[in-house]
Design a protein around this ligand. Structure first.
Ligand code: NI
Length: 142
């Protein structure tokens, strides 16, 4: 938002919602409501744009799986190769005796990233899968 011009606006919202907003402002240590509301709107827009399809996005896909399951790791690797150009980096963590965690950094068109995440999440033996989307937008938070 650096370099942006700011517009003042007045909002109406239910009192109970405002109380929750103020609690969030205090908890997170925001200087004022404006910055908190801007961050919430930004997060909402990022999530919305992520579903639209052609927006360029970046993010991580986190997987947890039982590495004793036959061929599971090979299947996950095959899928990543099938979705060429989306995977930037992979971090593999041996969580405990049974479980591996893979954090896959991805970048590309939203629809393709979501297809990759869905393909990985639905492999038999994957116990947890979560796509976290961020934005490649140039502007910086002030
Ligand atoms: Ni492992």
């Amino acid at each position: 938002m650096a370099g942006d011009t700011f517009t003042r606006l007045s909002l109406t919202m239910p009192r109970a919602l405002l109380k929750r907003l103020d609690a969030l402002v205090r908890r997170k240590g925001y200087a004022n409501r404006s910055r908190a509301v801007a961050d919430l709107v930004e997060a909402g827009l990022v999530a919305h744009e992520a579903r639209r399809g052609q927006e360029p996005i970046a993010g991580t896909i986190t997987l947890v799986y039982d590495h004793h399951k036959r061929d599971l790791q090979a299947r996950l690797t095959d899928i990543q190769h099938d979705h060429e150009g989306l995977v930037i980096a992979v971090m593999h963590v041996h969580l405990d005796h049974h479980h591996c965690m893979e954090v896959i950094a991805v970048r590309g068109r939203s629809a393709r990233i979501h297809r990759l995440a869905d393909a990985l999440a639905t492999v038999k033996g994957v116990q947890h899968a979560k796509l976290t989307v961020t934005t490649t937008r140039k502007e910086q938070k002030q």
